[in-house]
Design a protein around this ligand. Sequence first.
Ligand SMILES: [Fe+2]
Ligand SMILES: [Fe+2]
Length: 266
Amino acid sequence: MLQSLAVLLVGDVFAESGRRMLAGYLPSLKRDLKLDLAVVNGENSAGGIGLMPRQAQEIFAAGADVITGGNHTLARQEIFPLLQHEPHLLRPANLPPSAPGQGWVITTTRGGEKIAVVSLLGRSLMPVTDLACPFATLQALLDQPLKSTPCILVDFHAEASSEKQALAWHFDGRISALIGTHTHVATADERILPEGTAYLTDAGMTGPYYSVIGMNPATAIARFTSQGPPRFRVAEGPALLNAALVHINPRTGRAEKIERVSAGPL
Ligand SMILES: [Fe+2]
Ligand SMILES: [Fe+2]
């Protein structure tokens, strides 16, 4: 009998405490959940903004097979060479073609199954200019490079729940799973759509528990009340890991199960 593929997507790893949670928990999650693939969103892993080669290497060393991106992926130029040379480190696919790296990869699980991972950015309430339409971008990927496998995981890094739901419904049955990231707040709406695409609006963050989406609360409050310069600091203290686990039929690419996974706060 064909075993389903167990794929985990870990939500935005934020700064040092997020990396600590990942290193502390991902190895045991891989073992206990019998993961075939571990995908980690790394766009906030260096001090909350972007990532550099050191953080990318740390995330790979913790057990990530693929690192996905977001609006902060290109925040630090130091990462550009690694984006060019490491196919398992992704930036959003709908950035302009001149951006370093690429937004998708087809990788092989330990059991020899092929699975595609796509990193994509939403356009609603997203402060990034020159983004191509995520619907058209994903359609073009499905028409061409991703044709060779039915197993496709999309990390849709977007602010608006409506945009995330619309993309998932549009591609229902044509991708295995669409997991949202970016808001840093986990949602409880995991489900499998009628044609077999697993969906979750946001996996949540892997980072500081006592925080405003990762930042020190006082510095975040000041931004909204104009009581001081909006100079963010990373929050300290315990951290939480948030992720989504999807089981995929490797023959059809349809999702069989989706559940939320969390650890901490620690
Ligand atoms: Fe983020
Ligand atoms: Fe983001």
